[in-house]
Design a protein around this ligand. Structure first.
Ligand SMILES: [Fe+2]
Ligand SMILES: [Fe+2]
Length: 237
């Protein structure tokens, strides 16, 4: 009989929460990011961004693989069918947006690298257990990698905004707000079902996490759509 996450974890600790639910979700998330991030090479023609993007893709692919291996070692089964199904769910939701144009692609990056921070932190940390190897990898590797991804994407975006004429900037910001609303609307049902699935395993409830996510999103959006002080002197007019 295949060993389950519950059996294996229960033999080591007194907790009853399976790690599988969180990791089975996050492995395809990272792999979807790899696939969608690669669209950036087609919609933005800037070698500087391409170098950074290469690192993001390599990091997120590695994260996905570690999580997949962890699921496999706890359950004794190959999770790739589930991974493929969950990636398809995300392409079905957002498929046309990341490759539409550079703003569509940036909307995807902001959604997956910035706006989702509280849902990851609140959901995963409120679970009672993670695979200890993944917990260590999370703090030593995944967390710092993700901070690097957020930083370079934000810095490139702000430089691009600062280097635009007033008219172009107004167009970019208007388009990005529309884009953002589209992503949020498409994501709403998926997000609710994800959080409810996680809360079945002890994570914070949808009702607890939603206001925090909403507040985070609106503050990050306002930050992204303004030029930071250190770039204001360089902004085009
Ligand atoms: Fe990642
Ligand atoms: Fe990332």
């Amino acid at each position: 009989m295949a060993k389950t996450a519950v059996q294996k974890i229960n033999s080591q600790t007194p907790i009853k929460i399976p790690t599988i639910e969180s990791e089975a979700h996050t492995s395809p998330d990272h792999l979807f990011i790899v696939q969608a991030a690669a669209k950036g090479f087609e919609v933005i023609d800037d070698p500087e961004l391409h170098f950074l993007l290469s690192r993001q893709i390599s990091d997120d692919g590695d994260h996905a693989n570690h999580l997949r291996v962890s699921v496999e070692s706890y359950t004794g089964r190959d999770p790739n069918k589930d991974v493929a199904r969950l990636i398809k769910e995300q392409w079905d939701l957002y498929g046309d947006l990341p490759s539409k144009d550079w703003l569509g692609w940036y909307g995807f990056e902001f959604e997956y690298e910035s706006y989702n921070v509280p849902e990851i932190v609140l959901s995963l940390r409120s679970l009672k257990i993670l695979d200890p190897k993944i917990e260590k990898l999370g703090s030593e590797r995944i967390g710092p990698d993700e901070a690097f991804h957020r930083d370079f994407l934000t810095a490139w975006w702000h430089r691009r905004l600062a280097g635009s004429s007033q008219q172009e900037r107004a167009d970019i910001l208007g388009h990005m707000r529309e884009q953002d609303a589209e992503y949020r609307q498409r994501k709403a049902v998926y997000y609710e079902s994800l959080i409810r699935r996680m809360s079945d395993f002890g994570a914070w409830s949808y009702e607890q996490t939603r206001p925090i996510n909403e507040e985070w999103h609106s503050q990050v959006l306002e930050f992204l759509l303004s030029i930071p002080e250190h770039l204001q002197g360089t902004a085009a007019v």
